[in-house]
Design a protein. Structure first.
Length: 393
């Protein structure tokens, strides 16, 4: 029997501006596959025709990755309606056929139960069920309908944590779909680690000692808790600096970011809460590696990219006490109860007082093993998906 060649797997591009965590997930996944599983998978990234070349360029630099821009993947194209009504997103399916796709990785988009190639559906998290108040009824049911359509279509399902697996089982107890867990791990490419940390800190006018909060400004990321903690410390005469970066796009509440910044101004803590913008990835890593600690105050996560990146460099972490954070960081982090600003303030003071002189951290030894495990688990999920589809056909 001839040896199975590499699987050509279709991915739909995740914009960094709309979801930085998803963008980094794809970037790191492709790099991990190229490094640890060469010849197993050819990622074919399908993007809309208007996506910026600068955001797509890092993917093209990864060995084996193919980038395709087509109208079927433009944001305004209503493929979901076609997939639900006719059973297939024909334009997307034609694009997959043209590029000889073997498996489709579905994320936040359903291509129909009549899709002629196997599909592995990634459910990043179940936030719409855990925090329904953060979604409009339309957005919540759109997401739920997509999940249910994928489940009903007998998709193989990929989750990112045991915590997400527990949520899946609780939400859909009758689902008999094959499910795999692949814990995301990150090993940034060398070209993203070239920025001089001291120069980046100076460019952003930060002090030598600062905390870092690189979360997109979604409501569930809970930036207001950090603002509340800084307000408490300011009232006590304690000055610490939190540098925040990331996209300000929050489609569920367009004025969310501006409202947060008004709070910062009204409380007089502009010097303590510094928003740096959506900064280049080399700057993100330079700040992460030189910060006193990473903060993630999120109310919900599927598997936190920022926590994973901090783990890769051995950066101290101050995290909301979520099951998934405990799964990721274990005893290697300080935890505070979600929405407990007093507890977060206490951790900030304790770390600030005990922090050693600033030093830029490097990637930890042994990181390869964690990243390789992620890549191998992903390949296994793809192979199982293709095999099960072949048996049903």
């Amino acid at each position: 029997m001839a040896e199975q060649g590499p699987r050509r797997v279709a991915f739909t591009y995740i914009s960094r501006r709309r979801w930085a965590g998803g963008y980094n997930y794809q970037l790191n996944l492709f790099a991990a596959l190229a490094r640890h599983c060469p010849g197993k998978i050819v990622p074919v990234l399908f993007a809309g025709t208007s996506e910026p070349a600068a955001e797509l360029a890092p993917f093209s630099k990864i060995s084996g990755v193919e980038v395709v821009q087509a109208g079927a993947f433009d944001r305004q194209y209503a493929g979901l309606a076609a997939a639900l009504v006719t059973g297939i997103d024909r334009k997307a399916a034609d694009a997959f056929e043209t590029k000889s796709i073997d498996v489709v990785f579905e994320n936040a988009r359903f291509f129909g139960w009549r899709l002629p190639v196997p599909a592995l559906a990634w459910f990043p998290d179940f936030q719409h069920r855990k925090l329904p108040g953060l979604f409009s009824p339309v957005a919540r049911w759109r997401r739920e309908l997509g999940f249910r359509a994928q489940i009903a279509s007998h998709r193989s399902i990929l989750l990112s944590s045991e915590s997400a697996l527990a949520d899946f089982r609780a939400a859909y107890p009758g689902a008999s779909n094959p499910v795999a867990v692949a814990r995301f791990a990150t090993e940034p490419s060398p070209d993203l680690l070239t920025a001089d940390a001291a120069a980046v800190i100076a460019e952003h006018r930060l002090p030598e000692k600062f905390f870092y909060l690189p979360n997109q400004f979604y409501r569930h990321k809970n930036h207001l808790l950090v603002i509340n903690a800084l307000t408490i410390l300011k009232q006590r005469g304690v000055d610490v600096v939190v540098a925040a970066s990331g996209s300000t796009e929050e489609p569920r509440k367009s004025d969310y970011f501006s409202g947060l910044m008004r709070e910062v101004a009204d409380r007089g803590i502009q010097a303590n809460f510094r928003y740096l913008g959506l900064i280049p990835l080399p700057h993100v890593y330079a700040l992460l590696c030189s910060s006193m600690a990473l903060i993630n105050p999120s109310r919900f996560e599927g598997w936190s990219t920022t926590v994973e990146e901090a783990k890769s460099f051995g950066v101290p972490m101050i995290l909301s006490d979520l099951a998934v954070h405990r799964e990721q960081a274990g005893a290697g982090a300080r935890y505070f109860e979600v929405d407990n600003a007093e507890a977060l303030a206490g951790h900030l003071v304790a770390v600030a007082q005990s922090a050693e002189p600033p030093a830029v951290r490097n990637l930890l030894p042994g990181l390869d093993k964690r990243v390789a495990a992620f890549a191998l688990d992903f390949v296994a999920a793809v192979e199982k998906c293709a095999d099960l589809f072949g048996r049903r056909s």
